[in-house]
Design a protein around this ligand. Structure first.
Ligand code: PHE
Length: 337
């Protein structure tokens, strides 16, 4: 290609860029000259057939064209964007504003706050611990023997380094007792993780409120009295609390705790699966092996522990029939609370 022809292309290209009247038109100019099949590329290709003496001049002209055109395109793009911002219909300051709507507290967060208030009034303080736990804190120190089924990777989410997503909030008991001498009286609300198949009452990620009260003469009667008082504060004086014998490796004796169904008043309904009762959590007297694991003297202290299901309590408190509603984040559902 001859130098005068390149000069002509150069002039045209800059003029087209300056005159492009829309972002699309400008992009078309850019593609016409600068794309892989564009005119600048054609100029470069013509180098092969040019006389060797002409080549440096042609190459330099092409490079100058490329640089100046790129600059012109960019400047034009900014101009067009500015114009787009300042044009359009004038802003009418007499129009009412748009109300973005007020958010509401998620029922799970609300339930944790409500429970924490009640337990604080009973002398508990709030503790917490990590979601990613060691097998020691989640299982060993809580008296789970090596082959215990809860350790199975089909039930527990393990990370590659051998740590795991805590399956309950009970490891916070371990951490707290390791760090504080008795007496202790804490609750520990938080997320927990299990490989459960989701259904109306199960989710692989849910929340618990752990409770731990260790002193010198804590008894099962204290546990029953305190949880019954807690239930009455949360759900009203008419709620019934039922303790069923159960087994947990880290408590002895152990119980499961049911509240009478708040939705139907115990008559039987969809939420309580017609039984009149809802299982809220597990509890029991802390096993001496746990004291030994955390460095307490098992002869010197006694205490109780409990773990309450937050979603279960939120469901009976609000009459929510399916746990999955709590995680769909449908604002029409959430705005009701
Ligand atoms: N950690 C038990 C669970 O998740 C509940 C529990 C807590 C039981 C404290 C006894 C004492 O099932």
């Amino acid at each position: 290609m001859q130098p005068d022809e390149i000069a002509r292309i150069h002039e045209e290209a800059l003029a087209e860029a300056r005159e492009a009247d829309s972002a699309d038109a400008l992009e078309a100019v850019r593609l016409k000259y600068l794309s892989r099949k564009g005119l600048v590329q054609d100029i470069m290709a013509s180098l092969k057939t040019a006389a060797p003496a002409d080549r440096p001049a042609i190459g330099q002209a092409a490079n100058r064209l490329r640089a100046e055109l790129l600059d012109a395109v960019n400047r034009r793009r900014e101009k067009l964007a500015e114009a787009a911002e300042t044009s359009g219909p004038a802003f009418d300051i007499t129009l009412p504003g748009r109300w973005p709507g007020l958010g509401s507290i998620h029922p799970v967060s609300g339930m944790i706050a409500q429970c924490a208030d009640i337990f604080r009034s009973m002398g508990f303080t709030v503790a917490d611990g990590p979601d990613i736990e060691t097998a020691f804190h989640n299982f060993d120190a809580l008296n789970h023997p090596p082959g215990h089924p809860a350790r199975d990777p089909r039930d527990t989410f393990y990370l590659e380094d051998g740590t795991l997503l805590r399956t309950h909030t009970s490891p916070v008991q371990v951490r707290y007792m390791q760090a504080h001498p008795p007496p202790v009286r804490i609750i520990a609300p938080g997320r927990t993780y299990r490989r459960d198949t989701p259904d109306a009452t199960h989710s692989s990620n849910f929340h618990q409120i752990e409770g731990l009260y260790v002193a010198d003469r804590v008894s099962l009667a204290d546990l029953k009295g305190d949880l019954t008082y807690f239930a009455s504060q949360l759900l009203g004086a008419r709620v019934q609390v039922r303790f069923r014998p159960h087994f947990f490796p880290f408590t002895e004796p152990s119980v499961e705790v049911d509240f009478s169904c708040h939705v139907c008043g115990g008559q039987g309904c969809r939420v309580c699966k017609q039984s009149g009762w809802i299982e809220i959590g597990g509890a029991g007297m802390v096993d001496p092996n746990v004291y030994t694991a955390v460095g307490y003297d098992p002869e010197a202290v006694t205490g109780y522990a409990f773990g309450l299901g937050v979603e279960r309590m939120a469901m009976i408190f609000h009459g929510i029939p399916d746990i999955r509603l709590l995680y769909e984040n449908d604002v029409r559902f959430l705005a009701q609370f």
